[in-house]
Design a protein around this ligand. Structure first.
Ligand code: FAD
Ligand code: AMP
Length: 462
């Protein structure tokens, strides 16, 4: 087996791994990255963030054309759906971006290896691919991400009972789709297929949707999604799903068995350490399959680091990227840090739901006194002009210092609006800082400024 030497070997080319590799190369490390899939970019680019957003946008445009344009005085003729072309748009987006990562590797002089990366001792990784390799490196970064998961009693058949991966490529619009789990991924894909005409039933074990998100905001989201036709059954623990002839049957506690033609299991993802041979270096995973790291992403084995979905924390692409950058900067420069209080999270439904920092529930639980400012989109001039009046912006600020602790927005373009809030939290801003910052008029961002005014009960337009 051919043997090679690098300064850093990254295992996995998702947003965590490929970004870490680029930053390491910028910092002068001889860097290699191993990826087992045929394209670079990981879950996010291949079967996650990017294809889902391509379908969300395309299905939203379709739905607008069908029902939403009349109010603007735009009359269109008969609208029909060319699903194959919509999928082509999604696939082309993915291909362009994954090739883009390959281009970035080339530009930065990163050596790519195609195959399964396997730890073969401290400082050694073997590549199990067409050309087997033995790589020696002072630093090894595990960025193997996560995988889809299912529930006990539900066997994924990769066809009728599937996960987000299948739901990104259904060949036709299902008549009735049953979705298990009302988390981010489920609600996004459920929205896509609802917009394209499917009946969508959501079964959620908890008594609310979007567990972990700000409860008031999640409640508003549920109301809006219900209006769009998603059917919710909360407190419904799914115990089984099976294919029966031409259809599927889903069983949940407290409900009659539900017949449908497709099942989407969206109950979370599991860290991916399969085939890595952690045991070869004496590394273990925790009870949830994650690799334990310290605040500098170092594992228990000197020289081996881990970042992204394979370690604890929210499973988000930008969280993996930030960790990748912080990890290699720390290795090379001695500094590198991620502020976990300032990591935004976005649900790309319509309207979007975005948050950063603490929820009201977290603040209450921690006994932190806070002031709350809420501003409804309906009172925002731009929202009215563009016909996107659903939603609100909410700012939570420390009752004593006025420091912004959490921001939760539901409304059009919330995912873009939240960037301002993340910067505010990163800079330790007060709600007064946001209120005093000039916001262009008329913009949706003014809703945030008004929410900041509302913290002190002095919103202008409500
Ligand atoms: P991954 O992206 O999972 O990449 C890991 C890579 O490692 C993979 O390419 C895998 O093939 C490779 N690999 C694994 N083991 C080995 C091995 N032994 N050898 C070689 N290669 C290996 N996040 C967001 O922030 N925003 C979103 O809008 C969003 N939407 C999503 C939508 C869906 C449908 C899904 C499923 C996920 C979404 N996510 C989103 C989550 C996001 O995709 C992940 O948080 C992110 O991809 C994690 O990055 P990562 O680099 O840690 O791992
Ligand atoms: P997320 O972790 O954000 O992807 O969300 C997964 C969702 O699936 C959570 O809201 C869970 O409560 C939900 N869930 C997990 N197990 C079950 C189950 N057996 N039946 C219904 N919902 C479930």
């Amino acid at each position: 087996m051919e043997e090679r030497q690098h300064d850093l070997v990254v295992i996995g080319a998702g947003p965590g791994g490929y970004v870490a590799a680029i930053r390491a190369a910028q910092l002068g490390l001889d860097t290699a990255c191993i990826e087992k899939a045929s394209a670079l970019g990981g879950t996010c680019l291949r079967v996650g963030c990017i294809p889902s957003k391509a379908l969300l946008e395309a299905s939203h445009k379709y739905q607008e054309a069908v029902t939403g344009l009349k109010k603007y005085g735009v009359l269109v003729g008969e609208v029909s759906l060319d699903l194959a072309r919509m999928m082509k748009h999604k696939d082309k987006t993915v291909t362009t971006l994954t090739r883009g990562v390959a281009g970035l590797f080339k530009k930065n002089g990163i050596t790519g290896y195609k195959g399964l990366g396997r730890l073969a001792g401290p400082g050694v990784v073997e590549v199990d691919g067409d050309t087997p390799m033995r790589l020696k490196a002072k630093h090894i970064l595990i960025a193997t991400g996560s995988e889809v998961t299912s529930l006990p009693g539900i066997e994924l058949d990769g066809d009728r009972i599937g996960t987000s991966t299948e739901a990104l490529s259904y060949p036709e619009v299902p008549q009735h789709l049953v979705m298990i789990g009302a988390g981010v991924i489920g609600l996004e894909l459920g929205s896509v297929w609802r917009r394209l005409g499917a009946r969508v039933t959501v079964l959620e074990y908890q008594d609310r949707i979007l567990p972990g998100m700000d409860a008031e905001t999640a409640k508003l989201a549920q109301r809006m999604l219900k209006k769009q036709g998603l059917e919710f059954h909360l407190g419904a623990r799914v115990t089984g799903a099976r294919v029966e002839g031409d259809s599927c049957v889903v069983e949940a506690e407290g409900l009659e068995p539900i017949q449908c033609d497709l099942v989407l299991v969206a109950v979370g993802r599991k860290p991916n350490t399969e085939g890595l041979a952690l045991e070869a270096v004496g590394l273990e995973t925790d009870s949830r399959g994650r690799i334990a790291v310290d605040e500098h992403y170092a594992t228990a084995v000197p020289g081996i680091y881990a970042i992204g979905d394979v370690i604890a924390g929210p499973m988000l692409a930008h969280k993996a990227e930030e960790e990748g950058i912080a990890c290699v900067e720390r290795i090379v420069t001695g500094y590198g840090h991620v502020n976990y209080d300032a990591i935004p999270s976005v649900v790309y439904t319509h309207p979007e739901i975005a948050s950063v920092g603490k929820t009201e529930e977290e603040l209450k639980e921690a006994g932190v006194a806070y002031n709350k400012g809420v501003f409804p989109f309906i009172a925002n001039g731009r929202a009215k002009a563009v016909g996107e009046t659903e939603g609100q912006a909410k700012i939570l600020a420390d009752a004593t210092t006025d420091r912004v602790l959490g921001v939760h927005v539901i409304g059009a373009h919330a995912g873009d609006l939240i960037a301002e809030a993340a910067v505010a939290i990163e800079f330790g801003a007060s709600s007064e800082d946001i209120a005093r910052s000039s916001h262009a008029h008329p913009t949706l961002a003014e809703a945030l400024k008004e929410a900041a005014f509302a913290v002190d009960d002095r919103a202008i337009h409500s």
